[in-house]
Each structure stands twice: as structure tokens, then as C-alpha cells.
Design a binder for this molecule. Structure first.
Ligand SMILES: [Zn+2]
Length: 455
């Protein structure tokens, strides 16, 4: 507060007069999920002469994370942002990091303010709506809050996507020229495909809002298959952006370090019981392939699996080298992760371990259609892919509850790891290795998790 003493008194009075946020903040929850919530201070909302609106928002984490700049930890990130309610753009002016409520760690003014478009249905959209709507009476407010809660309860994929949006917003507004000059090797610019294999309704693509604006680029997170927004490189598999640092890259990735149900794990000492067989309803479909900067991913349509009375639709499958999961300490040469999503947004990932042997027809079909550029889809008009061919004859499996193995490491994912390995030729392995030498997250602690396996 010392700097205030040096300012002219008139200035100080003006600040108090125009900044009601100096009074007690009234934090209103905009979005809540395990591990974090997003809030806005309604008393801070202030219209500027230029017609834009300034407001204070914050992300409150359940567990503190380490601040790489100070090596201290913070739990609350507060951002002062300017919203243009007409053009639906916004930019962040200032960011404050708090160790805890009222305990400021550091503040940073955002020097290069970048206007970011607000996308419908996303978290920033909720913030914009709160900031830009006219003042309403309490009953209307309560009704709107309930509606927002319903809107926000659309499952892990949506949250994962919002996390990516927030991540982009933060990165874009924090961008220094140095950051902007970073190599784009992993940056994923992916135009919206002309033809999506899934045309309708309750699909993953329907979660992702409107087509991208010209200011954003889109990608899909490896595990969730969800389109997110991604301005520049964020996470990878080595160095500063590697798995050990994922949680430090963004508050949205906090679960990667703090979660106790993380994947992959070393699968061992499972309870050997009569597990219900997985009911596969896999059928041939058109497909499209993308190299999303983290893996090669294939999107398909019309296949599903059922387990314990629940149906999960197959959204996409992708590959890791070596396999992320281990069985009794042993990794396989590669693994295919088949990501399924239920109508209520629950994820089930089926892992098919791949080991060196004979050529695999499906993998050859995918490799034949590898895109020339990262972030570009290849959607062949004719050939179809029969995902059932990826399944081994023996469908016995290991199962446990885990997470996405890529940021934001969202938990609550049902893992089904088939015991029997499938074969892939040395040549096919070598092709993937040229793209991704290592894209496997290291083994995570199990924290005495229950693991079961078909006896
Ligand atoms: Zn995966």
C-alpha cells in the first residue's frame, strides 16, 4: 500500500470513488467443480467512458500450487479484465496471486493486452454474461444462478474444455514477445474440418460451442477427445513443459499434481474376480485422422461399449509410445487408448496394448492417412475403419478408476485395460516413433486404489 502514499491525494480519492471493489468484495460463484471454483465480484463491475466494462474475477483452488516466479505457493488467482459487451471481446489488465484469502503473494500488470473473443457456452461466456447483463433483482439473479449451475453440470469433457479455454486466455494475455516467439512445433492450429464423422446431437463435438473465431486455434486433448482452444505450446512430454511441471503450467492443471486418482498406473495385485464382460458394439465407420501435437488421433462414429448397464460411445482412439500403463511393472511397445463417453458425460478409456510382431491392418490404414501437417484433419471419403479389429480375441481385462493422462488430468475416468496384447509390426512402430518418440506420461501413485481383473 505504500505507493499510494506517494500519489496525489486527488488521485487516491478518484480511485476510491470509481473503484467500488475497494469496498468489501461480493464474490459470486460462476462455476464450481472438484478442486476449483470461478467467482466474480459483482461490486467490482464498472462501466468505463469508452463503453466497455471492467470487472474482477478469480479462480479459487482447493489446494495451493507452486508459483514458479517466487517458489512460494498460491491458491487464488484474481484477474481484472475489461469486457466489450458489444463485440464480445475481453482482455485482462492485471493479475493478482494470493497465498490465501486476503494474503497477496504478487501482482502483475498485463503489459500487452490482447483482446480475446468470448465463445458461447464456455466459462468466459458465463463471465461475460454476468458482467454485461443489466442489474436484476435478487429473484432473477437466483434463477439465473440455478440455470448457470445446470449449464455447468455437463460433464468432465466440458470442464476439460473450459480449462483449456481459461488456459488460453491466461497465456494470451500474459504473452510477452518472448513467449510469442516460442517454437510452434507443438502448437496446434487446426481448422474446423469440413466433414465430421459424427453429424448429430449428443456427441463430443456438440460440447464444443460454435465454430472457432479467426483469433483462436483449436485442438483436441489427447485423452478427452475434446476440442479446446490453444494459442501456443503449453504442455509436452519433456523439459519445462514435461509431466513433472504440468501442474505448474496452469492453475487448471492443478489436479495433475494434487490428484490421488491419477493415471497411468502400474497395474498389479488386482483382485481376481468374475468381472462382467464388456459388451462391444463396434462397427465399421468413416474416420478422420489428426496429429494434434501430442499424438495421432482417429475419430470414428457409431461404435460403443456397455458395462454394468451403462453405454459409452466411442469418440476417438489415439496412441502412446511406449504404453503408459504397465502390467506388473512391464510396459508394452505402444498402446491404443479408445476413449468412450456416456450420455451423462462419464468417460471410459479402453486400453489395447500393442507389442512388436505382425503388421496390424487398422494401424496401417491409419498410418496410410497420416496428415502432412499437425492440426490438419485427413478424412478419406471412401475407406472405412472397423474398430473391432483392434480388439484381441480374449476380452478379459484389468479395471480401476483413474484420470486423463494428459492435462488437465481430470479424474473420474473408468479404465479398462485388456489383458491380451495386439501385434504391430516393427515398421509400423518405427513410423510412430518418428512422430512421437515418447508421449507417455510416467506412472502415477496408486494411493491404495482398488484394481480388479478378470480371473
Ligand atoms: Zn491416451
Amino acid at each position: 500500500m505504500r505507493p499510494h502514499l506517494t500519489r496525489p491525494t486527488a488521485c487516491l480519492i478518484a480511485m476510491i470513488a470509481t473503484a467500488p471493489s475497494l469496498a468489501a468484495a461480493a464474490w459470486q460463484v460462476i462455476s464450481a467443480e472438484p478442486g476449483k471454483r470461478v467467482e466474480i465480484d459483482r461490486t467490482s463491475i464498472r462501466k468505463e467512458d469508452n463503453g466497455k466494462t471492467v470487472a474482477l474475477g478469480r479462480i479459487v483452488l482447493e489446494k495451493p500450487i507452486i508459483d514458479p516466479k517466487t517458489s512460494s505457493s498460491y491458491r487464488i488467482v484474481q484477474a481484472l479484465s475489461r469486457y466489450d459487451c458489444n463485440s464480445r471481446n475481453y482482455s485482462t489488465l492485471k493479475r493478482s496471486y494470493f497465498k490465501d484469502e486476503g494474503d497477496l503473494l504478487r501482482e502483475e500488470e498485463v503489459k500487452v493486452q490482447i483482446e480475446m473473443p468470448v465463445r458461447s457456452g464456455m466459462l468466459d461466456d458465463k463471465l461475460l454474461r454476468e458482467v454485461c447483463r443489466p442489474k436484476a433483482d435478487d429473484a432473477t439473479l437466483a434463477a439465473r444462478r440455478t440455470a448457470d449451475k445446470v449449464n455447468s453440470a455437463t460433464g468432465d469433457l466440458r470442464k476439460a474444455n473450459e480449462a483449456l479455454v481459461q488456459q488460453e486466455v491466461r497465456r494470451a494475455s500474459m504473452q510477452t514477445p518472448a513467449a510469442a516467439d516460442r517454437p510452434v512445433a507443438e502448437a496446434v492450429a487446426s481448422p474446423v474440418p469440413r466433414r465430421a464423422p459424427r453429424a448429430t446431437g449428443a456427441s463430443v463435438t456438440s460440447d464444443t460451442g460454435p465454430p472457432p473465431t479467426t483469433r483462436t486455434t483449436r485442438t483436441r486433448t489427447a485423452e478427452s477427445g475434446e476440442r479446446g482452444v490453444n494459442a501456443h505450446v503449453q504442455w509436452g512430454y519433456e523439459g519445462d513443459a514435461g509431466p513433472d511441471n504440468w501442474a505448474r503450467l496452469s492453475p487448471e492443471y492443478a489436479t495433475c499434481a494434487s490428484g490421488r486418482r491419477q493415471s497411468p498406473i502400474d497395474i498389479r495385485d488386482g483382485l481376481r474376480v468374475d468381472l462382467e464382460p464388456i459388451q462391444f458394439s463396434y462397427r465399421p465407420s468413416h474416420f478422420r485422422v489428426i496429429d494434434n501435437g501430442h499424438t495421432v488421433q482417429v475419430e470414428v462414429d457409431g461404435s460403443s461399449l456397455s458395462l454394468l448397464g451403462k453405454r459409452y460411445e466411442l469418440v476417438q482412439f489415439h496412441f502412446h509410445r511406449p504404453s503408459e500403463e504397465r502390467i506388473d511393472g512391464r510396459a508394452s511397445d505402444m498402446v491404443a487408448h479408445l476413449v468412450h463417453k456416456s450420455d451423462d458425460g462419464k468417460l471410459a478409456v479402453l486400453a489395447v496394448l500393442l507389442e512388436k510382431g505382425s503388421e496390424h491392418p487398422i494401424i496401417q490404414t491409419v498410418w496410410n492417412h497420416l496428415p502432412l501437417e499437425k492440426g490438419e484433419y485427413v478424412a478419406p471419403p471412401d475407406p472405412t475403419i472397423d474398430v473391432a479389429q483392434l480388439l484381441p480375441q480374449d476380452r478379459s481385462y484389468h479395471t480401476y478408476m483413474g484420470s486423463l493422462t494428459t492435462p488437465p488430468c481430470t479424474e473420474g475416468v473408468l479404465w479398462l485395460v485388456l489383458k491380451q496384447r495386439q501385434q504391430i509390426s516393427a515398421e509400423q512402430l518405427a513410423i510412430f516413433a518418428r512422430l512421437y518418440r515418447n508421449n507417455a506420461r510416467p506412472i502415477q501413485a496408486t494411493f491404495s486404489r482398488m484394481i480388479k481383473e478378470t480371473r
